[in-house]
Design a protein around this ligand. Structure first.
Ligand code: NAG
Length: 814
């Protein structure tokens, strides 16, 4: 039996495209073989035909015993039979159209019913079109699909099986299907610096991982190219805060974006996102880890599709093995603000050492961007090396990797189970640690929260802290650490055991009212997460204490920067940005859940500034759920701060979101004028800021009053158009009737417009600074964005945005 190679021309041609010739894609070549089978085998909507043309006795068909159960996601019927190849054997497929083809090899080693030879004792190599696909391969005991894409440039594709010494080869099923060449780009940039282009046309690729985010697998039948997508659950790295979302109907393929052949609806319609509900700080990465063979380069494709309707821009970072693929990826920009449009990002990385690929999606550090991130799918493909190898160059690590791959497969099967266990464990840890606190409150924090440090510390989930930990953090509530005093009590600057700096608000004890507000605040803060709402880190209710731990805001309150302190004055631009930030926070409160949340105590002392002067709304102690849909207001006892109170609310005790809008209008004038809302030291008529504004406005002298009331520091340092816009919107907020006031969304849009006008002026100056210019661009884009995605803005249309922008430009031409 010396020479064993022989060729076989298959007569089974494209006629095998029997049923599934879907509208989207009709492959020119579509060869489906169920090896060793005596008859056709249906798998989903496809039919695999027998390989009867292999009639040589050295290529015996074998079947698994009927009793054997086969755990397969692909359809177990393909794995009931196999063809044993005792010598080098070729499968030859005619190729009518050159280009890329998928080759899928199906392996499942069973003990055949007819004889004693166990398929798992096989060892063999497989090559095709000059590429080594498998080298001395020993199959796992589970069904395995090896998928490759080859750019076939001849009229036939020959796949060669070569048994290793003293062994044999086998195959259960084989697919050769042409696919659109566009699936694999001509070249892609490496993530390693300096970024260079890596050509792909002449390379073979092997699918290492094809993952659907959202913790759902996608079967080949739901993919136009019969690809199988595994669920991402098992690959999520520990310590991640993820949430799975599914909304298939939101997927909206566009002409210029990825087609359904790039990835199906089932992939784009589900995603894994940063869980910013359970995760207040939320500045973190979510990572998925994959074991891969070292020594190869890998093509990685990220699939994105924002299927969640959100009124703000979605911006995040994308990393591959800690190297940046894209910083501040703005999905709304990339998809031209088309809701639900898919988007892909490709990258190539070379993997050495431990043979890992970590895919990370992280929150952006950009100012004004909410902490959000999503991923819908990821594909990792091994690229053939310069010698045409996809396997075998690192035989030592090979066996290791194949074992770990097997593990992944097994895990994948029980993904749902694993997640369930993780969930139960998490709950257990939570319950146990809570019990620990009650039982032994003198144990050190680190010991008491062993799990917090590993699971929660990065994200600062709102958590119950023992009193002694807070005492330590604040040097036993040292007076020297007091950074604020309010009606509720004192606020201290503290340092937690992990050196996180925090603000600790300690309620004055034994006040019933205080307790209700304390509970409301914790409830609100753990429910709502937003870049422009101050984050809850934890709380303590031990020994009747009412302590809330927040993220530390380095620059304190907005109020302190406006008057009554010797802090440096804020520029007009800074003030606009602070107003925009806090408007975003309030807009989020009003709109992010079915039932609007009303803050009820909007004032400059409740707007905090971080080290970059980014604004965050704080103090939710008085917050209330807004009216139910069938009601228009919430009736409640009047609370809030003097000088900021909605007159309608005061007289009728009717509370709506518009009460916050009124208070925000007051804040805007405070910001503009740099004076307290009530200033008894002023001459009569101007003691109350609001009354003063209204009185002057009643005289129809709005333009004039602007000169009278504006913070002297700002005079001459702001553009008239921007100022006018600001006063106009602030004045509308102060309307006596809530219905006449704009929504926070309106306010936000107008403020962004005012900022844009301010930016344009800078451009008009004699010296155009680079930073000034880019700020202008930012102003424009953020305006466009919030408008584009905020479908519910009253009376603001896209055309109006454009006309106002044009108008703005004209002003500046003069
Ligand atoms: C996310 O990961 C990247 C790459 O490892 C790192 O540079 C960045 O600091 C991480 N971001 C956060 C918030 O941990």
């Amino acid at each position: 039996m010396g020479f064993g190679g022989f060729g076989l021309l298959l007569f089974v041609m494209s006629t095998m495209c029997l049923i599934k010739c879907s509208l989207e894609f009709d492959p020119v070549a579509n060869y489906l073989l169920d090896c060793g089978s005596p008859r056709n085998t249906s798998v989903g909507d496809r039919v695999f035909v027998p390989d009867r043309f292999l009639s040589n006795p050295e290529q015996e068909p074998v079947s698994a015993p009927d009793s054997q159960t086969i755990p397969s996601a692909y359809g177990s019927s393909l794995y009931r039979t196999a063809r044993i190849l005792n010598r080098t054997s070729n499968f030859t497929f005619p190729i009518n159209q050159h280009g890329r083809h998928f080759v899928r090899l199906h392996f499942f080693p069973f003990v055949p019913n007819t004889q004693t030879r166990n398929l798992s004792s096989s060892k063999f190599s497989v090559s095709a079109h000059g590429f080594t696909l498998l080298k001395d391969f020993e199959p796992d005991s589970t069904p395995t699909v090896k998928e490759y894409t080859l750019n076939v440039t001849s009229d036939e594709l020959v796949i060669t099986f070569t048994p290793s010494v003293n062994s044999f080869a086998f195959i259960n099923a084989l697919e050769v299907i042409s696919h659109p060449d566009e699936l694999i780009p001509v070249s892609t940039e490496t993530v390693e610096l300096p970024k260079t282009l890596h050509g792909l046309t002449a390379r073979a690729l092997q699918t290492v991982a094809r993952i659907n985010m959202g913790n759902r697998s996608v079967s080949p039948d739901d993919d136009t190219l019969w690809r199988s997508w595994n669920s991402d659950g098992p690959f999520i790295k520990q310590n991640n805060f993820v949430q799975f979302v599914s909304n298939l109907s939101a997927v909206n393929y566009t002409e210029n974006g990825p087609s359904v052949d790039i990835a199906p609806i089932a992939v784009y319609g589900t995603l894994t996102k940063l869980d910013n509900e359970l995760n207040p700080g939320a500045i973190l990465n979510n990572t998925w880890s994959f074991n891969v063979d070292p020594g190869f380069s890998y093509f990685v494709r990220f699939h994105f599709c924002d299927i969640i309707h959100r009124p703000w821009e979605l911006v995040f970072n994308v990393y591959l093995n800690s190297m940046s693929v894209k910083k501040d990826l703005n999905l709304d920009h990339e998809t031209s603000n088309i809701q639900g449009a898919p988007y892909i990002l490709d990258a190539i990385t070379h993997v050495g050492g431990p043979g890992m690929i970590n895919v990370s999606i992280g929150t952006s550090n950009l100012n004004g961007v909410p902490p959000e991130s999503i991923l819908n799918g990821v594909e990792i493909m091994k690229i053939s090396d310069n010698k045409g190898n996809l396997d075998g160059t690192h035989s030592k690590t090979m066996s290791l990797t194949s074992r770990s791959k097997k593990k992944i497969w097994v895990i994948a099967v029980s993904a749902a189970g694993a997640l369930f266990i993780i969930g139960v464990l998490g709950l257990l840890i939570f319950v146990l640690s809570r019990r620990n606190i009650k039982k032994a409150s003198n144990v050190g924090l680190v010991e008491q929260y062993p799990d917090e440090s590993t699971i929660f510390s990065k994200s600062k989930v709102g958590y119950r802290f023992p009193l002694h930990a807070i005492q330590e953090a604040t040097d036993r509530f040292s007076e020297s650490l007091v950074i604020g005093i309010g009606g509720f009590g004192k606020v201290y600057k503290g340092t937690l055991f992990d050196s996180t700096i925090v603000a600790v608000k300690r309620g004055a004890p034994q006040s019933h009212q205080g307790l209700a507000e304390f509970q409301t605040e914790i409830e609100m803060l753990s429910q709502f997460r937003h870049r422009h709402l101050v984050s809850l880190i934890g709380y303590c209710d031990e020994r009747n204490e009412m302590i809330i731990i927040y993220e530390y805001m380095q620059n304190g309150t907005l109020k302190n920067h406006l008057y009554g302190s010797d802090l440096p004055k804020l520029s007009w631009r800074q003030r606009l940005e602070i107003c925009i930030g806090s408007a975003k926070g309030l807009h989020y409160l009003h709109t992010s859940s079915a039932k609007a949340i009303i803050h009820r105590d909007v004032k400059s002392a409740n707007i905090l500034l971080d080290e970059n002067f980014m604004a965050k709304v704080a103090d939710f102690g008085l917050s209330k759920n807004g009216p139910e849909l069938d009601q228009t207001h919430v009736s409640t006892a009047v609370k809030g701060s003097f000088g900021y109170l909605d007159p309608e609310y005061m007289t009728r005790q009717q509370l709506t979101e518009k009460s916050d809008v009124y208070s925000f209008g007051v804040v805007m004038f405070e910001v503009l004028c740099g004076r307290p809302v009530i200033d008894p030291s002023r001459p009569r008529g101007s003691v109350s800021l609001v009354e003063w504004v209204k009185e002057l406005k009643g005289k129809g002298e709005l333009e004039k009053i602007v000169e009278k009331i504006v913070d002297p520091y700002l005079v001459g340092k702001m553009k008239v158009e921007s100022l006018k816009k600001f006063v106009e919107i602030g004045d509308k907020c102060l309307a006596d009737e809530g219905v006449d006031r704009p929504t926070m969304g309106d306010v936000l849009w107008n403020l962004e417009y005012a900022l844009q006008l301010e930016g344009v002026e800078m451009k008009n100056g004699q010296t155009v600074s680079e930073s000034g210019k880019s700020q202008v661009e930012n102003g424009v884009s953020s305006t466009m964005l919030s408008e584009g995605s905020m479908g519910d803005l009253d009376g603001v249309s896209m055309s109006r945005v454009f006309s106002e922008m044009v108008k703005g430009d004209k002003h500046d031409m003069r």
